[in-house]
Design a protein around this ligand. Structure first.
Ligand code: ATP
Ligand code: MG
Length: 333
């Protein structure tokens, strides 16, 4: 691949289907930047081992990888323009990760805030070495393709910081091999879940998925958390931090309707039912083209497999090139 454009690397762990949080956090930026950047979208299956090392989970990886590709295609990621690849098909990344692990101290890795968050959320008492080095493997993913930009959700910013430090340290100790990558955070930093309690997350189950049908969306919206201080529709309501309005702001393209609903809400002139009915309509409108695109590719497993195989081949070539350069810079080769 001739590097004429700046590069993007970002991706997802194949732990489940993608949701609205992924869309605002990173997918929207990915689709928007596909023409300006050479994009590499990684399906980070090795990263799932850090929280799910059971045969049941690992043997489900191929299915979930195909599911993610389908999610990508449905939102408009175009394999003609962008590389979609599976991390485990590019073993060079683990080699690079091993080299990088010598540039990061144990306390530095322990200070990454997501480590504590993941341990807390998943009730992990002692982190494995794999979980501790998660951001180092991620640095290898990013630097392997010499990415300039990493579109991720707010929760991933601290990981990109580790990649930046690794790039700077390597360049300083050896020679200028790596660009120092920048994080690009989506407009809605971290989208809250339908429960109003935590960020929308596959492992919590407070999600509206891009693959949900109309009825499911209607039901989920009906059950959404709103303003708990408001007991009846005539009480003045709060907009700030209210998930229903956060979603209206993010997904309802009728801005006038949103302004008008907010205005009535704070005055106690509209009930949750109307706000939610309008939200469900807006979300279903947003999801309609995504559903149509998904239907085009659904069941075409051979095509999906071909996309992964071709993408992984391209990523592999980049990885071999970078690893050669790294070993040469280090004087090992
Ligand atoms: P898991 O529960 O398995 O960690 P997840 O739903 O948090 O899954 P990830 O695969 O960890 O999803 O995240 C993939 C990308 O989507 C990352 O860039 C992450 O920052 C972003 N992302 C995930 N959830 C949200 C959210 N609620 N709001 C904004 N961005 C998000
Ligand atoms: Mg996550």
């Amino acid at each position: 691949m001739n590097q004429t454009k700046p590069r993007i690397l970002t991706g997802d762990r194949p732990t489940g289907p993608l949701h609205l949080g992924h869309y605002v956090g990173t997918l929207k930026n990915r689709v928007a930047l596909q023409d300006q950047y050479d994009c590499f979208f990684i399906i980070a299956d090795l990263h799932t081992l850090t929280t799910a090392i059971t045969k049941e989970k690992t043997s489900g990886i191929p299915d979930r990888v195909r599911g993610l590709v389908l999610d990508y295609l449905s939102v408009g990621i175009d394999p003609q323009k962008s590389v979609i690849y599976q991390q485990s098909r590019v073993p060079e990344v683990t080699y690079l990760s091993l080299i990088f692990s010598n540039l990061v101290t144990v306390p530095r890795a322990q200070r990454v805030p997501t480590l504590k968050d993941v341990m807390h959320d998943l009730h992990i008492e002692q982190p494995t070495v794999g979980l501790l080095t998660y951001p180092i493997l991620q640095a290898a993913d990013i630097l392997m393709v010499k990415a300039n930009l990493v579109p991720v959700g707010k929760d991933q910013e601290s990981h990109v910081e580790v990649s930046r430090e690794v790039a700077r340290d390597f360049n300083r100790i050896f020679s200028e091999v790596f660009p120092v990558p920048k994080a690009l955070i989506g407009d809605v930093g971290s989208l809250i879940g339908t429960d109003g309690q935590a960020k929308m997350s596959k492992s919590i189950g407070n999600c509206i998925y891009l693959s949900d049908d109309e009825d499911t969306v209607n039901k989920k919206v009906k059950g959404m958390y709103t303003d708990s201080t408001r007991l009846k529709p005539t009480d003045p309501g709060h907009i700030e931090g209210n998930p229903v309005f956060i979603y209206h702001d993010a997904f309802n393209d009728n801005k006038e309707e949103v302004t008008e609903l907010k205005d009535r809400y704070v005055k106690g002139l509209v009930g949750d039912v109307e706000v939610k009915t309008k939200l469900a309509l807006a979300l279903n409108k947003f999801l309609t083209p995504i559903r149509a695109k998904r239907a085009e590719f659904e069941g075409k497993n051979d095509l999906i497999e071909q996309i992964i195989a071709e993408g992984s081949q391209k990523a592999l070539l980049e990885a071999q090139k970078t690893l050669d350069e790294v070993l040469t810079a280090m004087g090992i080769r």
